[in-house]
Design a protein around this ligand. Structure first.
Ligand code: TMP
Length: 211
């Protein structure tokens, strides 16, 4: 049983997730919605430690299956300790990435079979599915150009452009397979235009909350 809404934000590097999250926080405040903002990998002390392990550069190569297992280990901590308790209290959860990122990055990007991800998902959060996923879709050149202006690339950001091309296509496949749960946002537009699109997608949920 849960009352809070679970909303996830997805997209490749430089899609504008952080700006969109700020806009969503303002929107939720305006509608008196009780919410928390969190992120993946991360969101708890242990999951944030796993995040550092995943994003730092190492002399040792991290095997794709190891990467996948670390991501789901972090996710289990996050789901059990933060996401589910919040939703059960009626608090909305705004989460920067979730399992669709795993299908896109580890599935389409790294080439791991979808069935392995399905199995881990079943084990880690079989009862939990986002109510809405906002996919900020941007072409790879624009996204990486924006991301490159921010900071030195981490272990995942340093991948070649064709990796992110596969990730983007992976996200679009996720969206195509579940059109009722996804809102695809054209994230090449200005932050103001992106926010207008997001509000349009969210409006039915906000109307229900206010009813
Ligand atoms: P970000 O949250 O700052 O965008 O960075 C997190 C990085 O982790 C990003 O490069 C995507 C990557 N990632 C995966 O590869 N798989 C996942 O399941 C998640 C949640 C993130």
């Amino acid at each position: 049983m849960r009352d809070g809404k679970f909303i996830t934000i997805e997209g490749i590097e430089g899609a504008g997730k952080s700006t969109a999250i700020q806009g969503l926080q303002t929107l939720f405040d305006h509608h008196d919605i009780n919410y928390i903002t969190t992120r993946e990998p991360g969101g708890t002390q242990v999951a944030e430690a796993i995040r550092n392990l995943l994003l730092q550069h190492h002399h040792e190569c991290i095997d794709p299956i190891t990467e996948l297992l670390l991501i789901f280990a972090a996710r289990r901590q996050h789901v059990q300790n933060v996401i589910m308790p919040a939703l059960q209290q009626g608090t909305w959860v705004l989460c920067d990435r979730f399992t669709d990122a795993t299908y896109a990055y580890q599935g389409s990007g790294r080439g791991l079979p979808r069935t392995i991800i399905d199995q881990l998902k079943q084990m880690v959060h079989c009862m939990l599915h986002p109510d809405l996923t906002l996919l900020l879709d941007v072409d790879v050149a624009t996204g990486l150009n924006r991301a490159g202006k921010r900071s030195a690339p981490d272990r995942i950001e340093q991948q070649a452009d064709h990796f992110f091309e596969r990730v983007r296509q992976g996200y679009l496949q996720c969206a195509a397979s579940e059109p009722d749960h996804f809102g695809i946002i054209n994230a090449t537009e200005s932050p103001q235009q992106v926010m207008i699109q997001i509000k349009t997608v969210l409006q039915p949920m906000l109307d229900l909350h206010c009813a």
